[in-house]
Design a protein around this ligand. Structure first.
Ligand code: AMP
Ligand code: MG
Length: 315
C-alpha cells in the first residue's frame, strides 16, 4: 500500500507528535542519522517499522527518550551506566541496560531480550519531538534494511517515501554516523563503534573498554556483516581508481570523483560518509565504487566499520 508521506517543517512538532500518538510511522532528524520512529509501547506501530524497512525481527531497536529520568523508567542503570549517560547525553551514545520488568515496551522493539538499548539524541528537533511526545520512541535508521543510512530528508524519501506517514525535517545530520553502542548490563563493552569515540568514553571511565573482537564480549544481534550497502559493488582501502570505478577520496588523493573530506578531517568525513555513498551509488550506472583508506583512530573506527560492511559481498 502506498501512503502519502507528509513532510513537517521543524515548527510543526505537534503535527509530528500526532503521527506518533496515532500509532503511525514518523521519520525524524537526529544528530547521527534520520530515525524511523514509532511509539515503543505500541506493538502494532513497532511492527510497522520492521515492515517498512524489511528489517529482520531478531534485530532490536534503539529506544529514544527525552532525558535520563525517562530512560530510567525502561532500563536499570548501574552507577557506571548513569555516569556515561550523564557525561554523553544528549549525544551519540546508546546504552544497553537491563530491561525493567515494568517497562511496558513492545517486546518486538527489544526483540524479546531482557536488555534494552536506550539513547537521548542531541538534536533540537528530535528533543522537542520526544519532550512533547513524553514517551519512548523506537527508532532505527530511516532506510530500507541493509542499505545506506539517511543523513538528509531526500535520502529518507528516496528509500521509504510512500511507506511511512511523515518526516520531521531537521536539516542534514551533523554527526552522520549511527550512535556508539555500549553494553552496560554487566561488564562495560563496546558493541558498535559510532559517532562517539572510544577515546572519549575511556577518558570518562578511566579504564580501557572491552571490544566486540573479544569472543567473551556480548554481541549486538543486529550487527550484520553486510550492511550500509550501496547497490554498486564497492572496494575499500583503494589507493587509486581502477578502470571505470568511481573513486571516493579521503585527504589529499589524486583523481577522486568525490571526497569524504579533502582536508583529511575525520569529523567531516563522518558527517559526509553516507551522503557521499548515496551520491556515488546514484551516479554509478553499473560501475563499481572504490574508497580511499581512512586512519583507524577516533571516528575512523566507525567510518571503517561502515565501509567494511558496505563492501561485504551480499550473497
Ligand atoms: P539501528 O537502529 O539500525 O542503528 O540498530 C540498532 C542496533 O542496536 C542493532 O545493531 C541492535 O542489534 C542493537 N541493539 C538494540 N538493542 C540491543 C540489545 N538489547 N542488546 C544489544 N544490542 C542491541
Ligand atoms: Mg540502521
Amino acid at each position: 500500500m502506498v501512503k502519502e508521506t507528509s513532510i513537517f517543517a521543524p515548527c510543526q512538532v505537534p503535527d509530528a507528535v500526532d503521527i506518533l500518538r496515532s500509532g503511525k510511522l514518523l521519520a525524524f532528524a537526529t544528530e547521527t542519522v534520520y530515525g524511523l520512529g514509532a511509539d515503543a509501547r505500541n506493538g502494532d506501530a513497532v511492527a510497522k517499522i520492521y515492515a517498512a524497512k524489511e528489517r529482520p525481527f531478531f534485530n532490536p531497536l534503539i529506544i529514544h527518550v527525552s532525558d535520563l529520568a525517562l530512560a530510567e523508567r525502561f532500563g536499570v542503570f548501574s552507577d557506571v551506566a548513569r555516569q556515561l549517560a550523564k557525561a554523553f547525553w544528549p549525544g551519540p551514545l546508546t546504552l544497553v541496560v537491563p530491561l525493567r520488568s515494568d517497562a511496558g515496551l513492545s517486546s518486538l522493539a527489544t526483540a524479546g531480550l531482557n536488555t534494552v538499548a536506550i539513547r537521548v539524541p542531541a538534536h533540537a528537533g528530535a528533543l522537542a519531538l520526544l519532550t512533547e511526545f513524553g514517551g519512548p520512541v523506537a527508532a532505527p535508521s530511516a532506510n530500507p534494511s541493509g542499505r545506506i543510512s539517511p543523513t538528509r530528508v531526500m535520502h529518507v524519501l528516496a528509500g521509504l517515501g510512500g511507506k511511512i506517514d511523515g518526516i520531521l525535517e531537521g536539516g542534514d545530520c551533523v554527526v552522520g554516523l549511527e550512535s556508539t553502542i555500549v553494553f552496560a548490563a554487566g561488564e562495560i563493552a563496546l558493541l558498535r563503534a559510532g559517532g562517539l569515540t572510544v577515546e572519549d568514553i575511556e577518558a570518562v571511565l578511566q579504564v580501557p573498554i572491552a571490544s566486540t573482537e573479544d569472543p567473551d564480549t556480548p554481541q549486538s544481534p543486529g550487527q550484520l556483516s553486510s550492511h550500509y550497502a550501496p547497490n554498486a559493488v564497492m572496494r575499500i582501502d583503494a589507493s587509486k581508481r581502477q578502470g571505470q570505478e568511481i573513486f571516493i577520496g579521503f585527504g589529499e588523493v589524486a583523481g577522486a570523483d568525490l571526497s569524504m573530506s579533502e582536508t583529511g578531517s575525520l569529523i567531516e568525513a563522518a558527517a559526509n560518509l553516507f551522503a557521499v555513498l548515496h551520491k556515488a551509488d546514484a551516479i554509478a550506472d553499473g560501475r563499481s565504487i572504490a574508497v580511499s583508506s581512512v586512519p583507524m583512530e577516533g571516528l575512523g573506527l566507525a567510518i571503517n566499520d561502515r565501509l567494511k560492511r558496505a563492501a561485504t559481498d551480499r550473497a
